[in-house]
Design a protein around this ligand. Structure first.
Ligand code: UD1
Length: 368
């Protein structure tokens, strides 16, 4: 009998984490992988492009839940995913990261007696005002397999009373994707299209509710970006949430006055990877980008009060500075003056995390 594994993706940061897992599972005849897309992110630029760039097979099941408040989005995913479990009866459900699809599908799986695996377990910002932190803590509490990306995660999980036997330090699947596609990304024409040259531009992303849903915070960050672009041209692919808030707060005109702050639509995986790899610096409030810049050796300024990924600060190229304009400008200037962190590769971020995870699942599931 084959081991049936349902792999869940929902939002943009999930696709590059699930792709190497599905790829690896397809090499094993004894596994039957199923790809379920909740449709939390549904745009061409937030979803479809990533399937193409990452070579992800078309999802077997698409739930099309779309946007909504936290309650209704999570609820809709749960209702739809329950049907998926009833129809397909998987042995294991795999969820990744910390989005609403992660906790929604995880909760349904365990309540229906299906074993749950959480990839990227144990990360903690210790900031419960972040919706993602709630998703992380709750998903870890109910998981049967917890696959971690850094050693600190193990300690965090122990503090929360998680049985050590369930925790496996396997490395970082998102870095599997990065290393696999790094060369192919070089073929992207994006730098030419945006008219930038290596190490002579900065790359910006911004979408955390705490930064973009608050008028004062968003204005402050934009002021800082406007100052930085006077020294270094900035490319800013704008997340749909941020685009909406820029319109709502009437800030679009302000941005247009800064001639070297170039706003674009969200970019595909390969274009974005190429831009990251050749940037002088990256300014972001994303989770995953802190890790990717560490592996690429590009200095990263994280515009948040905390990070759930401390290894990127301890070992990598990341600094976490909050969102005060003075700090953003000061740190950018330091990097421009040649004082950016060089960093090193974190342990097990070697392109083989998916292999380790699948090996463990095979070994354990064969005993059931
Ligand atoms: C979600 C995740 C966050 C992740 C981020 C990456 C949660 C709680 N948050 O935040 O952890 O870092 O994705 O992108 O799960 N929208 C579109 N097109 C899309 C997707 C969204 O226009 O394809 C719009 C929605 O209509 C909504 C806004 O963007 O107005 C926010 O989308 P939502 O999925 O609620 O959360 P994100 O901010 O993207």
């Amino acid at each position: 009998m084959k081991i049936k594994i349902a792999n869940v993706v929902g939002a943009r940061p999930n696709f590059m984490k699930i792709a190497p897992l599905v790829d690896e599972m397809r090499k094993h005849d004894e596994i039957e992988p199923l790809l379920v897309h909740t449709g939390q992110h549904y745009d061409q630029v937030m979803s479809k492009l990533f399937f193409d760039d990452l070579g992800l097979p078309k999802s077997d099941i698409y739930l099309g839940v779309g946007s909504g408040g936290h309650g209704s989005q999570t609820g809709k995913i749960m209702i739809e995913f329950e049907r998926v479990i009833m129809d397909n009866k998987p042995d294991v459900v795999i969820v990744v990261g910390d989005v609403n699809s992660t906790i929604a599908c995880g909760l349904v799986a365990v309540k229906m007696g299906i074993r749950l695996a959480h990839v990227e377990a144990g990360l903690r910002s210790y900031d419960r005002t972040m919706p993602e932190e709630i998703n992380r803590v709750l998903t870890d509490q109910i998981s049967d397999y917890l696959f971690t990306t850094e050693r600190r995660a193990h300690h965090n999980l122990q503090l929360e009373g998680i049985d050590q036997e369930k925790i496996f330090f396997t490395g970082n699947v998102m870095i599997d994707s990065l290393l696999k596609h790094r060369e192919r990304a070089e073929e992207s024409r994006i730098m030419h299209e945006l008219d930038v040259t290596p190490k002579h531009y900065g790359l910006v992303t911004l979408h955390r509710p705490s930064n973009v849903d608050n008028h004062e915070n968003l204005t402050q960050i934009l002021d800082a970006l406007i100052t930085v672009q006077e020294q270094l041209p900035l490319i800013f692919p704008v997340h749909p949430r941020t685009r909406k808030m820029l319109q709502q707060f009437d800030l679009e005109e302000k941005m247009q006055q800064a001639s070297d702050l170039k706003l674009t639509d969200p970019l595909g995986y390969l274009d974005f990877l190429k831009l990251m790899a050749h940037a002088k610096l990256v300014l972001t409030d994303s989770g995953g980008i802190q890790e990717e810049t560490t592996v690429l050796g590009v200095p990263c300024i994280t515009m948040r009060e905390n990070t759930e990924r401390p290894i990127t600060v301890e070992v990598g190229t990341n600094i976490v500075i909050g969102n005060s304009p003075a700090c953003i400008v000061e740190e950018s200037n330091r990097i421009l003056a040649g004082h950016g962190k060089k960093g090193a590769l974190p342990e097990l971020w070697d392109g083989h995390a998916a292999e380790r995870i699948v090996r463990i699942l095979l070994e354990k599931e064969n005993r059931h």
